[in-house]
Design a protein around this ligand. Structure first.
Ligand SMILES: [Zn+2]
Ligand SMILES: [Zn+2]
Length: 338
């Protein structure tokens, strides 16, 4: 949990929660560390308004052990995963299936206790059943994959012969790159020297890679596209220079989708953007409909989440898990509390 308004996390004993009438109590089997958890760990400005103490973790799966009196459709023993956004259900965005943009949402692991615990309370309306063929670890990765599905499928229009540069080879970059490739695009994944292991995962997934510290990304893209530029740049990293670089490697009227969360403002040459009629758009979180889509993609073997999962730890190893994630020496890291 996060207990103090400063960098770090703490492992503590807390009472087992009791579900409200519309909630189930889940025995957590797997819960994954997200890039946003690292922002919370570092206590960056994007998260400094959090109410503490709070248990972190919004990517989790488990087994229902108790149900509130008003719960419908789920029972004790069901294997489930949860959406991460507790939305109001009545605003314009919720009413149109975009609860990721809800005016009054709360998030597990930020506003209310999350999944890095033995037990968690979850409103039953956020639950999705896990197919028998799917492991709890795979199920915990449905939430981040749902984000990637939203970013790629809903937000980024691309064609089967497009050239797409995915900047950043963290889990969201690796999931998104797989989705672009699945849609027929040629995909180049970029990273830094520190991303050695992540490059290995990308190559195992059949993706082209480029280390921007040792090679020129612009030269490579211009060479591959005959000087035209990439159709799409997808910024899956929170480093401000990546956005400017994205605008420099795409074609005229090209598209930049930005999904990273930035600790500071991002400098851009707007005249360059104007004169080349570039498009820059943000993409955030996932819509409820992206969850069954992601479950289906994993279940049909179309997206490989197993290769991206590199570490399985106990909750007592929380510090180690965050260390690996911060140092980028792993892919996706999960805790297995039970
Ligand atoms: Zn996440
Ligand atoms: Zn809402």
């Amino acid at each position: 949990m996060k207990t103090k308004p400063m960098p770090g996390v703490e492992v503590k004993e807390i009472p087992r929660p009791t579900p409200a009438s519309d909630e189930v109590l889940i025995k957590v089997r797997s819960a994954a560390i997200c890039g946003s958890d690292l922002g919370i760990y570092h206590y960056t400005s994007a998260y400094s308004k959090m109410k503490l103490p709070v248990v972190l973790g919004h990517e989790f799966s488990g087994e229902i052990v108790e149900t509130g009196s008003k719960v419908m459709g789920f029972k004790k023993g069901d294997r489930v995963l949860s959406e991460s956004v507790k939305a109001c259900g009545v605003c314009e965005f919720c009413k149109t299936g975009m609860s990721n943009l809800c005016d009054a949402s709360t998030l597990f692991g930020i506003h209310t206790d999350g999944g890095f615990a033995e037990y968690i309370n979850v409103p039953y309306k956020l639950l999705h059943r896990i197919p028998d063929s799917m492991t709890y670890d795979q199920a915990a990765l449905v939430e981040p994959l749902s984000n990637a599905v939203h970013f790629v499928r809903d937000i980024t229009p691309f064609k089967i012969d497009d050239y797409v540069v995915v900047q950043g080879c963290g889990p969201i970059g690796l999931f998104s790159a797989q989705l672009f490739k699945l849609g027929g695009a040629r995909v180049l994944v970029t990273g830094l020297s520190v991303d050695k292991l992540r490059f290995e995962i990308a190559e195992k997934l059949g993706l082209e890679t480029l280390n921007i510290e040792t090679e020129s990304l612009e030269d490579r893209v211009m060479k591959d596209t005959g000087g035209r530029g990439a159709d799409i740049a997808f910024v899956a990293v929170g480093a401000p220079p990546a956005v400017k670089q994205a605008t420099q490697i795409i074609k005229k009227r090209g598209l930049v989708t930005v999904v990273g969360i930035f600790g500071k403002e991002v400098p851009l040459d707007m005249t360059w953007v104007v004169r080349r009629e570039l498009m820059i758009q943000g993409a955030y979180d996932a819509k409820p409909v992206n969850f069954p889509q992601s479950i289906d993609l994993i279940n049909r073997g179309l997206v490989d989440v197993d290769s991206v999962l590199t570490h399985k730890l106990s909750l007592d190893e929380a510090e180690l898990g965050f260390k690996i994630a911060i140092e980028k020496t792993g892919g996706k890291i999960v805790f297995n509390p039970n």
